[in-house]
Design a protein. Structure first.
Length: 114
């Protein structure tokens, strides 16, 4: 059976395809301040990230802020950022600082860091 040019839907991804796909992913670092600890912010962040196919970590910081590293495609990251600006109902987000993270970072899934 021959596959028409350009149709690779039934073929497994080659290592080049995986490398190319990861190059389209963007990684951002967020610092979220407000009432974001003790309100299940990390739990809901993990749920939202998993729903959107985003990889990364979320962590409570000693200063009361929450730190997030997130990696995903543009569309998913836009939706994820919208969530970060509001958080769960019990949270109050006052400020988010966003910056590009090191492109060499790679995450498997989305986890809570301690």
């Amino acid at each position: 059976m021959s596959i028409p040019p350009g149709d690779r839907s039934n073929q497994p991804l080659a290592s080049f395809d995986i490398f190319f796909y990861n190059r389209n992913m963007k990684t951002f670092h967020y610092l979220i301040s407000g009432r974001v600890q003790g309100v299940a912010f990390r739990h809901y962040t993990v749920r939202e990230a998993e729903k959107l196919g985003i990889s990364g970590t979320v962590k409570n910081l000693p200063d009361g802020n929450v730190e997030v590293f997130a990696q995903g495609d543009d569309a998913s990251m836009t939706q994820f950022e919208a969530f970060l600006h509001t958080g769960p109902r019990s949270a109050r987000v006052d400020k988010i600082v966003k910056e590009m993270a090191d492109e060499q970072m790679e995450f498997q899934g989305f986890d809570i860091s301690w």
